[in-house]
Write a protein that binds this ligand. Structure first.
Ligand SMILES: NC(=O)C1=CN([C@@H]2O[C@H](COP(=O)(O)OP(=O)(O)OC[C@H]3O[C@@H](n4cnc5c(N)ncnc54)[C@H](OP(=O)(O)O)[C@@H]3O)[C@@H](O)[C@H]2O)C=CC1
Ligand SMILES: O=C(CO)COP(=O)(O)O
Ligand SMILES: [Zn+2]
Length: 357
C-alpha cells in the first residue's frame, strides 16, 4: 500500500512537558528548571489574588535573586479580556517566557497568552484541581461562553506538594473527580470510534483509563493535608495530560460527563468546581453506558467529593436542565448522549443514580 494512503502514516505532533518536578518545597527549584530550559531572563508571572501570596511572590523573588527581570500580573478571571491584557503586557515588556503560578484560572491565562505570542510557558500549580495544570487545553470565557481552546503544553510543570497539600482539600477532591471522569470519556471515545470511525488511540485510551482505575482503587489513601495523596493525584493529572497530548485532543479525558459539566457552567447560577461537576457527571454517564456507576459513586464518596446536586450546592432543576442541554455543548463530539436526553429520561437518570432526591 502507498504509505501516504495509509491512515496510520498520518503525521502526529505530540507536545509534552519537558520537565515535571513534583515534591516537597520544589517551588524553590523553579529557577533551576528555568535555567535547565535556558529561560534566563524577562519572565512574566500570571498569578491569582490569594495564590500570589502563597506562591507568586516566592517564584518572583527567587527569579529576581537569580538575576532575572521579572514582572507579575494578578489575573482574576480566565477570560479572553484577561488573556489580551497579559499578552499586551508581555509584548510591551519584551517578555521571553511566562509562568502560570496558581490554580486553573491563572495557569490557563498564562498558557493561552504564551501560545499566542509563541513563547514558552511553565505551569506552577498551587492546587491539583484538574488536569489543565499539565494539558495543552485552555478553558477561556468569552462573555457567557466558555471555550476549550487548543494551546501549547507547558514546557515544565513544577508541583510543590507542600503548597498543594495546604490548599483547601476541596480542590484536591475536585482533581480526583476530573481524573475519575476519564472512565466515561474513554467509553464515549470508543463508542464514537465504533459508530463514526472517529480516530482513536489505543495508547492514549489505555493510559487514561488506567490512570482513573488506579485512583479509584486507591481512593481510601486520598486524605486532606497528606503530601502522599497530593503526589498520587498530581501524577494522575500528569498522566491524563500526557494521554491528551498523545491523542492530540481532550477526548481521552473529556466526554459526555464534561459536556454535562460545561452545560452546568451555563445554567447554574453558582457552578461547583470543574472536577466536582465532572465527577457527578461520570456517575450519571456511567449509568447511561450500563456500567458500574455505583463503583464511581463509592470512590467519590470515599474521597469526600460531592456525589449529589445538594453536595455541589446546586438545585436539582439545574442538574436536569444541564442533562437535557449537554449534547448541544459539543455537537461534533459523539458520546453516549447521542441526540440528547429527553426531560423525563434525564429525571430517571438523575434519580436512579441518587444525584437528585
Ligand atoms: N485547561 C483545562 O484543561 C481546564 C481548565 N479549567 C478551568 O480552570 C478554572 C477552574 O480552575 P480551579 O483550579 O478548579 O479553580 P479556580 O482557578 O477558580 O481556583 C479556585 C480558588 O482556589 C484558590 N486557590 C488555589 N490554590 C490555592 C491554595 N494553594 N491555597 C488557597 N487557595 C488556593 C484560588 O485562588 P486565586 O483566586 O488566587 O486563584 C481560587 O480562589 C476555570 O476557569 C475552568 O474553566 C477547568 C478544567 C480543565
Ligand atoms: O477538562 C478537560 C479534561 O479534563 C479539558 O476538556 P475540554 O476539552 O472539555 O475542556
Ligand atoms: Zn476536566
Amino acid at each position: 500500500m502507498d504509505v501516504t494512503q495509509d491512515m496510520n502514516a498520518q503525521k502526529k505532533w505530540m507536545q509534552l512537558p519537558r520537565d515535571v518536578v513534583v515534591g516537597h518545597g520544589v517551588i524553590d527549584d523553579v529557577k533551576n528548571v528555568c535555567a535547565d530550559l535556558k529561560l534566563v531572563d524577562n519572565a512574566l508571572i500570571v498569578t491569582g489574588k490569594s495564590t500570589r501570596k502563597i506562591a507568586g511572590d516566592i517564584v518572583h523573588d527567587s527569579l529576581v535573586d537569580s538575576g532575572q527581570n521579572v514582572e507579575m500580573i494578578v489575573s482574576e478571571s480566565a477570560s479572553l479580556k484577561e488573556v489580551d491584557r497579559v499578552r499586551r503586557q508581555a509584548v510591551d515588556s519584551g517578555v521571553e517566557y511566562l509562568l502560570g503560578v496558581g490554580s486553573g484560572k491563572s495557569i490557563d491565562v498564562a498558557k493561552l497568552a504564551a501560545t499566542e505570542i509563541e513563547v514558552p510557558f511553565i505551569s506552577v500549580p498551587t492546587a491539583a484541581s484538574h488536569d489543565g495544570i499539565v494539558s495543552s487545553r485552555a478553558s477561556i470565557k468569552d462573555g457567557t461562553k466558555t471555550a476549550s481552546i487548543q494551546a501549547n503544553a507547558p514546557m515544565a510543570v513544577v508541583a510543590d506538594t507542600e503548597i498543594i497539600a495546604n490548599a483547601p482539600y476541596r480542590l484536591l477532591a475536585s482533581g480526583c473527580g476530573d481524573i475519575i471522569s476519564n472512565c466515561t470519556a474513554v467509553l464515549d471515545w470508543q463508542l464514537a470510534n465504533r459508530l463514526q470511525n472517529v480516530p482513536f488511540s489505543e495508547y492514549a485510551a489505555a493510559l487514561s483509563s488506567m490512570t482513573a482505575q488506579i485512583l479509584i482503587d486507591s481512593a481510601d489513601t486520598i486524605k486532606p493535608e497528606l503530601e502522599s495523596s497530593v503526589r498520587m493525584v498530581v501524577k494522575a493529572l500528569v498522566s491524563s495530560g500526557v494521554a491528551m497530548s498523545i491523542a492530540g485532543s481532550s477526548r481521552p479525558a473529556s466526554g459526555s460527563e464534561h459536556m454535562f459539566s460545561h452545560a452546568l457552567d451555563k445554567v447554574a447560577p453558582i457552578p461547583a468546581l470543574h472536577g466536582e461537576q465532572c465527577g457527578v457527571g461520570t456517575i450519571m454517564m456511567m449509568y447511561l453506558h450500563g456500567g458500574d456507576w455505583k463503583r464511581i459513586r463509592d470512590a467519590l464518596k470515599i474521597i469526600n467529593a460531592p456525589v449529589t446536586a445538594e453536595e455541589m450546592g446546586i438545585e436539582d432543576k439545574y442538574i436536569l436542565e444541564a442533562l437535557v442541554l449537554s449534547h448541544t455543548i459539543r455537537p461534533e463530539r459523539y458520546t453516549i448522549l447521542a441526540t440528547g436526553l429527553t426531560p423525563d429520561a434525564a429525571e430517571i437518570v438523575a434519580r436512579k443514580t441518587k444525584v437528585i432526591s
